[in-house]
Design a protein around this ligand. Structure first.
Ligand code: ADP
Ligand code: MG
Length: 221
């Protein structure tokens, strides 16, 4: 569940980004769209409690984020949020399995090889566990990054431009993978994108009961 009221953010020295209110029920899908520079990545950062709003309230996965200090926000994020960033940030020196293990340490968990294997298997990349990121295709690397994002079974999955620079077939793959992963974990899924193909891919892929929520941002003036 994601609920925002009067949300706004101003970068130091920048203009203020004002975001329309949303109420996204748990387990549904939000398409966050709009042209480059309209504030999609900033909105994701607010929902992940990576930055604090300049104004407004938001509740994510049952937590009022305004109430959290930065230490509490880090702990909350580690359990509640799965982030698939635009740049995947896999460590080149580490194997796929080690990249996932590092994510577990970073979120204060003990390394759990069983959870790592099962997350990789769920995304069809278990056989790549001992490879280095340089030995992966773009699609494989994205699957690994998604496996890492959902290791702790987060209630909310945030994907930033997951189809950027993908051809049509790979874009469909990425969208279906995100939907299947979110559905399997009953997570709320947010896809932030300026890619008009994504809406066309999402609509038919969603079960009828799970209507697509939309937040369309405008470039600030
Ligand atoms: P989008 O993801 O939709 O392309 P962003 O959220 O990245 O948009 O950026 C929204 C606006 O905030 C843009 O006008 C951008 O220039 C500005 N912005 C983004 N990051 C910073 C930053 N670190 N400092 C100042 N302005 C920023
Ligand atoms: Mg962005």
């Amino acid at each position: 569940m994601i609920d925002t009221q009067g949300l706004a953010y101003r970068y130091p020295g920048g203009i203020q980004l004002n975001f329309p209110d949303v109420a996204v029920p748990q387990g549904t899908v939000l398409l966050l769209s709009g042209p480059s520079g309209c504030g999609k990545s900033t909105w994701l950062a607010l929902v992940a409690a990576l930055v604090r709003p300049t104004a407004g309230q938001l509740t994510v996965a049952g937590q009022a984020l305004n109430a959290l200090n930065s230490v509490a926000a880090d702990a909350w994020r580690a359990g509640a949020i799965g982030f698939l960033p635009q740049k995947l940030h896999l460590s080149a020196a580490l194997t796929v399995a080690q990249n996932l293990a590092v994510a577990q340490w970073a979120s204060g968990q003990a390394e759990d090889p069983v959870a790592i294997r099962s997350a990789l298997a769920a995304l069809g990349v278990a056989e790549l566990a001992q490879r280095k990121p340089a030995q992966l295709s773009g699609g494989q690397a994205q699957r690994v990054a998604l496996a890492r994002a959902v290791l702790q079974k987060p209630q909310v999955i945030l994907a930033d431009e997951p189809t950027a620079s993908l051809d049509d077939e790979a874009a469909l793959d990425a969208v279906q993978l995100l939907l299947a992963t979110a559905q399997a974990q009953q997570a709320t899924l947010v896809i932030a994108t300026h890619d008009a193909r994504v809406a066309a891919l999402l609509e038919p892929a969603l079960p009828a009961a799970n209507r697509l929520h939309r937040l369309q941002l405008q470039r600030p003036v």
